[in-house]
Structures are given as structure tokens and as C-alpha cells.
Design a protein around this ligand. Structure first.
Ligand code: GLA
Length: 366
């Protein structure tokens, strides 16, 4: 039996933050940073990682083999269990996991691990799933592993990514299309140094809050609700101000996703001033209405804009993590350096910058 290699990228979300919690649109891109599994079929699951530390030792259906599976091993176990529930034959996997993706930076390292483990487990068992079926199984695995009620954004982005493009995904219908990034534009991601864990953040609470407001709209989709209706609903006491703010973010953010997709796709050429404004409004909405930004993320966005980014905002699950900036490729390194040195002189935590390309989604490397 020979080793096979599987790869799943992390993602950066250009805009459409937390909208997947209410079936709204998102606009992520897969990154050229990710997780790799080099493994072969075996009787049990036995994966180790020098980089991540630790080991996953499980029965082929994901059930424990006696020892504790902690840290990243919980995700592998949960993926194996979800795939077994879908009928994957119980074939094990033995090999090594490596990663170029920073952990806890808000770039979906857990989704990349779930997706790459899922691909490898499916391949060795000759079991095939459509990309979005695997994304859904991986999302359920995230719930199972750490109890986080996340949306489909991260897992879908990792599987659907395409080089040079963002993916415009309707998380309600799962319909998607590709939005090519303008020629010469690259992604600058800056990690705030404040690591984030969805399970201990306010992520789950926010979901309960937005649902509180949505109940008052009796089953109407957020895409059909207007900002004026939210304002009057709040005035009439149909929901509380916190719930109103959460829904206002979800509704206004969904509009921004469509506007950014239109702006990026405009060949004549794109209106970059407007792009900057929409990204800034998106950041402000996460800060003020969803309340998931941090002073460090606010500072990084400010520095990125001051230092010539085309557009910048926080990205991902919030409460720490990273910002994403769009920049001209030939200015990206200088932009990253200016942000890092200004941040260092004003902030506490050490920031890290990554210049990335929108990349292809997960798959087997032959
Ligand atoms: C995390 C979740 C996603 C999404 C983002 C915020 O990354 O896993 O489902 O909700 O936060 O957009």
C-alpha cells in the first residue's frame, strides 16, 4: 500500500461575516496555506503530527481505542464518526499531518483539518461524497468535536476554492458562483496575535441573539427583511436592542456581500474607493452591531487603511484572530511591513502578516 497525499486550505472571508448563521451570503477565498495529510489505508486510524503535537488513535469508525484523543485529534475522531454515519466503510488511515496554517489566527485551521481528514478517509475507503456533502459532514464534525454551532463558511470555502477567485456562496441554498479577484490585487492577512477559540468566545451567544429577533419576523428570511423594519420592530418592543443590533448586522452585511461581489466583478475597472468604503462599513458593523471585534483588530484595520490598503476589515469568527486587506501585489510587502511596525509600536501582542493568493480548494495531490 503506498502513501497518498491530501491537502485542504484555510480560508479568508472577504466579507459576509456571521451571515452563514442565518443562511445569508458569504464571499470567502481559499488560501495557499493549509493542512496536509500523507497517509495510507490501515486497520485503525493512527495519525501523528510533529508540528501540531499529539496523536489521533481511533477505530476506523472514529470510536476511541482506549487512550484520550485531545486537541486536534478530537476533530479527526468527529469527522470519522460523521462519515461512518453516512455509510463510509470502516477503513483506517495511518500517517502524518503537517500544516502551514497558523492555529488560532481565524483562518480556519480546524475546518482545513476536518476537510483534509475527511478527504483522506473517503479516499482510502473508496467512498465518494460531493464537495458540499463533505463540507456539511465536516461542519457537523466541528459541532460534535467542540460543540460550536458554526455555519458552513469555513468548510465550504476550503472545498470550493478556486485559484484567483473568491466564492460567492448562498449559505441558505448552497448555490455558489466564482468571483475573480481583479488583476494585480493580492490578499494581505495580518494576525492580531490574540488567538481565538470559537468555543470560548461569544460566538454561540450571538447566534441565540440574532435568532431572538428573527423569531419576531415569523420565518421570513433575513434577505427579505429591511433595516427600516428592524428599527420599527425594536421601537415597538417586538425584540430587544441587542437582538436588533445583531439582526441589523446580518441584514446590512448581506447587502454588502452582494455589493462587493458586484464591485470585484466589474471589468470597467472596479471602483476601489467604494470597495474601501464597503469593507470599512462591514468592519464597523461587526464592531458596533455584532460586537465581535477587538481593539487590536480595530487598530490593524486603521493601520492597513492609513498605509495604503485598497480595503481592509476584520475577518473570520472575531474576538481576536486576523484582518484581511486587499492590496496591489507590488505594494503588498511594504504594506505588511508598515502595518507590523506601526502595530508593534502601539499594540502589545506580536502581529504576523501573510501575503496570500486566492487558491484552489482541497483535494488529493497526485
Ligand atoms: C467562524 C465560523 C463560520 C462563520 C465565521 C464568521 O469562522 O466557523 O461559520 O460564522 O466564523 O463569519
Amino acid at each position: 500500500m503506498s502513501e497518498r497525499i491530501f491537502w485542504a486550505p484555510g480560508r479568508v472571508n472577504l466579507i459576509g461575516e456571521f451571515t452563514d448563521l442565518v443562511g445569508g451570503p458569504v464571499l470567502p477565498a481559499a488560501l495557499d496555506l493549509g493542512i496536509r495529510i500523507e497517509a495510507e489505508a490501515a486497520e485503525t486510524i493512527d495519525l501523528c503530527s510533529h508540528e501540531l503535537g499529539g496523536r489521533a488513535r481511533l477505530a476506523a469508525d472514529g470510536s476511541p481505542l482506549g487512550g484520550e484523543n485531545e486537541g486536534w485529534a478530537r476533530y479527526v475522531a468527529a469527522v470519522a464518526v460523521e462519515l461512518a454515519l453516512l455509510g463510509r466503510p470502516a477503513v483506517g488511515l495511518e500517517g502524518e499531518i503537517s500544516s502551514t496554517l497558523p492555529i488560532g489566527a481565524g483562518l480556519s485551521s480546524s475546518a482545513a483539518l476536518e476537510v483534509t481528514a475527511g478527504l483522506a478517509l473517503c479516499a482510502v475507503a473508496d467512498f465518494s461524497l460531493e464537495p458540499l456533502e463533505l463540507a456539511q459532514a465536516a461542519r457537523r464534525a466541528e459541532h460534535r468535536a467542540v460543540g460550536v454551532p458554526c455555519g458552513i463558511l469555513d468548510q465550504a470555502a476550503s472545498l470550493l476554492g478556486r485559484a484567483g477567485s473568491a466564492v460567492l456562496l448562498d449559505t441558505g441554498t448552497l448555490a455558489y458562483e466564482y468571483v475573480p479577484l481583479p488583476e494585480g490585487i493580492t490578499l494581505v492577512i495580518v494576525g492580531s496575535g490574540v488567538s481565538r477559540r470559537l468555543e470560548s468566545s461569544g460566538y454561540a451567544t450571538r447566534q441565540g441573539e440574532v435568532e431572538r429577533a428573527l423569531t419576531a419576523f415569523a420565518g421570513r428570511a433575513p434577505g427579505e427583511i429591511t433595516l427600516a423594519e428592524i428599527e420599527s420592530g425594536e421601537k415597538l418592543g417586538r425584540f430587544d436592542p441587542v437582538a436588533a443590533r445583531r439582526l441589523r448586522h446580518a441584514v446590512s452585511e448581506s447587502e454588502r456581500v452582494h455589493e462587493v461581489a458586484r464591485l470585484l466583478g466589474d471589468p470597467t475597472p472596479p471602483n476601489l474607493t467604494r470597495l474601501d468604503e464597503v469593507f470599512a462599513a462591514g468592519h464597523e458593523s461587526v464592531r458596533r452591531d455584532w460586537e465581535a471585534s477587538t481593539p487590536e483588530l480595530d487598530l490593524l484595520v486603521e493601520l492597513a487603511r492609513e498605509n495604503g490598503a485598497v480595503a481592509a476589515r476584520m475577518t473570520g469568527g472575531g474576538f481576536g484572530g486576523s484582518i484581511v486587506a486587499l492590496a496591489w501585489a507590488d505594494e503588498a510587502a511594504a504594506l505588511a511591513d508598515s502595518i507590523l511596525s506601526a502595530y508593534e509600536s502601539r499594540g502589545d501582542a506580536p502581529a504576523t502578516a501573510y501575503i496570500c493568493r486566492a487558491s484552489a480548494g482541497a483535494g488529493e495531490i497526485s
